[in-house]
Design a protein around this ligand. Structure first.
Ligand SMILES: Nc1ncnc2c1ncn2[C@@H]1O[C@H](COP(=O)(O)OP(=O)(O)O)[C@@H](O)[C@H]1O
Ligand SMILES: [Mg+2]
Length: 238
């Protein structure tokens, strides 16, 4: 079986500074794969490159059978790769509903768009209740729900989430993680970047530990959860 996403020897630099130093991994359809690692490891750079916002120095990205060389970000979204960015990047003065509609900006099936909006109001009832409010009035956790729903509005084959639990209370973090589990249960393929390694590894089929631009350890979520070096470095144990 070929994977939905295959990344091979990917290198990405900011000027002379190499932030991603030749990483390879793949994501099978229907699975959750997580990239964990400390600040500055290159996780966000990797996701931004996959979604066409940064150009790699070298390497191959194959998504759903296509090599994404030189593709613009909107074309990559149209192919089914959606990105909920670190920091959420919502439009704070626009309503929740308009933020969701923007997530569907490449779609023309009006009825399908309306149906999907209803679907995400069911998944996140608070968004439905506040649909006419501006997104800036939402709490951090609610904004994260909106950011995820907005990315889903493009009807992706693969959803990339960058630090969805960042800055959230433990309860809200739980809610976000259980939503990710629910999406997985519905068959969504997810590439999850998290600093909360424990929560991410519990959810993930596979995980990769990144350190200064490289993948230093890979395994099933369970393997990594029980790996001694991971426990010491990322799960706060000694
Ligand atoms: N816009 C940028 N310009 C220059 N260097 C950057 C930029 N963004 C990130 N970096 C550097 O690239 C490296 C990887 O960063 P990043 O991908 O954001 O890591 P992570 O998401 O794992 O915290 C870090 O050393 C960071 O300082
Ligand atoms: Mg990051």
């Amino acid at each position: 079986m070929t994977a939905l996403l295959e990344v091979e020897d990917l290198r990405v630099a900011y000027g002379k500074i190499e932030a991603v130093k030749g990483i390879s991994f793949s994501v099978e359809a229907g699975s959750v794969v997580t990239l964990i690692g400390t600040n500055g490891a290159g996780k966000t750079t990797t996701l931004r490159t996959l979604s066409g916002l940064l150009k790699p120095v070298s390497g191959h990205i194959r998504f759903n059978g296509k090599v994404l060389r030189g593709y613009r970000a909107d074309r990559i979204v149209a192919l089914g790769l959606a990105h909920s960015p670190e920091g959420r990047h919502l439009f704070p003065r626009m309503t929740i509903e308009d933020n969701l509609r923007l997530g569907a900006y490449l779609r023309t099936d009006r009825e399908g768009i309306d149906k999907d909006i209803q679907r995400y109001y069911e998944l996140f009832p608070i968004l439905g209740e506040r649909r006419k409010q501006t997104s800036g009035t939402l709490s951090g956790g609610e904004q994260q729900m909106l950011a995820m729903a907005r990315a889903l509005m493009s009807r992706p084959k693969l959803l990339m989430l960058d630090e969805p639990s960042m800055g959230l209370s433990p309860i809200m973090m739980q809610k976000i993680m259980s939503t990710i589990a629910e999406l997985k249960g519905q068959g969504m393929t997810i590439l999850l970047v998290e600093q909360n390694a424990q929560a991410a590894l519990r959810l993930a089929d596979h995980g990769h530990v990144m350190e200064v631009g490289k993948i230093v350890l890979s395994g099933t979520g369970d393997d990594l959860l029980h790996d001694e070096s991971v426990r010491k470095a990322y799960l706060g144990e000694d």
